[in-house]
Write a protein that binds this ligand. Structure first.
Ligand SMILES: Nc1ncnc2c1ncn2[C@@H]1O[C@H](COP(=O)(O)OP(=O)(O)OP(=O)(O)O)[C@@H](O)[C@H]1O
Ligand SMILES: [Mg+2]
Length: 294
């Protein structure tokens, strides 16, 4: 939380007058904030922790912006997802601006039971060896790397995939264990439903599959599988689908279980489409994706 102090002094080198030196007043700017608010954290993080360019024009980058908590979207085992509004009032010629964000906050190790096993990260290099040693030793730093590591891993995946044109939420910023991303809405102010919750008509079902395969192909072209793809981790936003929940993206070749993960992704999605009335052969999908990798 940022606190600014206004400092006034009538002390100067020219007129040293000890009697009234330092008239010191301060006021905390945080007084302007409600209990569910904070100053935008946009400028608190380093450049590489802010979303890729070209930045969508809805992204609020003003220093004077305020983040307001609007509620919980979903609590989970490893992370909770909150709805946050980032808004700035009109200042001078600049109009007021606001956007809704999904804030995915990973829990620290003490507060969660993490199901994503280490098999996901095989073949993936940790950023520096101090981090991996710390993780091995389970130091406080290691714990925060372990917790922040998943947020950062998802951040990196979203950046890479968004730039490659894969339908994923735009990654706005990452700050420790908190990932801020585009809120995928239902067009009526609510969150878009998961694929598992919808029964699209046949034509739309076909469009969804084309989009899904396109996204999976892009991933495969980057050598990656989602690793936890299911109708629960794909959102249906009107006529488009958006893949979410990507901290565990798997290196198809570098990870000894890469192929297994890719096949499981294909199985989960082919099963859903087939159950909804569009027959999809998981082996065909799998083979198609492999041609992108090699
Ligand atoms: N960008 C987003 N826009 C809208 N809703 C979102 C967004 N990200 C996540 N959600 C909602 O929050 C839920 C949980 O998100 P996500 O799957 O990323 O987290 P998770 O902790 O892995 O959850 P789970 O364990 O249920 O898979 C999603 O199913 C979706 O309903
Ligand atoms: Mg999920």
């Amino acid at each position: 939380m940022s606190t600014e102090y206004e400092f006034t002094s009538n002390y100067s080198d020219l007129e040293p007058d000890p009697s009234d030196a330092f008239v010191f007043t301060f006021h905390s700017v945080d007084e302007d904030l409600g209990p569910d608010q904070r100053w935008s954290t946009w400028l608190d993080v380093e450049r590489g922790s802010r979303g890729p360019e070209p930045r969508p024009d809805w992204v609020v980058t003003e220093q004077a912006a305020i983040d307001t908590e609007l509620g919980v979207l979903k609590t989970g085992k490893e992370a909770d997802v909150f709805l946050v509004e980032r808004a700035v009032e009109a200042i001078g010629d600049n109009p007021a601006k606001s956007s809704l964000l999904a804030a995915k906050r990973y829990r620290t190790e003490e507060h969660r039971s993490f199901h994503r096993s280490t098999s996901y990260v095989e073949g993936r290099r940790t950023r520096n060896s101090r981090d991996s040693r710390a993780m091995a030793k389970k130091t406080a730093h290691g714990r925060s790397v372990a917790a922040g590591g998943w947020a950062y891993a998802e951040w990196e995946a979203l950046n890479r995939l968004w730039v490659a044109g894969v339908p994923v939420p735009y990654p706005v910023q990452v700050d420790g264990t908190e990932l801020l991303m585009e809120f995928i809405d239902d067009g009526e102010g609510g969150a878009a439903p998961r694929l598992a919750q919808v029964r699209p008509p046949k034509e739309l079902l076909g469009q969804y599959f084309e989009q899904l395969r396109g996204g999976m192909r892009e991933l495969a072209r980057a050598g990656l599988a989602h690793g936890d793809l299911s109708p629960y981790n794909v959102l249906a936003q009107g006529e488009r689908i958006v893949m979410i929940d990507l901290p565990q993206v798997v290196d198809i070749v570098g990870n000894p279980k890469g192929m297994e993960f890719l096949l499981r992704d294909c199985h989960n999605m082919a099963t859903w489409f087939t159950n909804r009335g569009l027959e999809i052969d998981e082996q065909e999908l799998f083979a198609d994706l492999l041609t992108m990798v090699f």
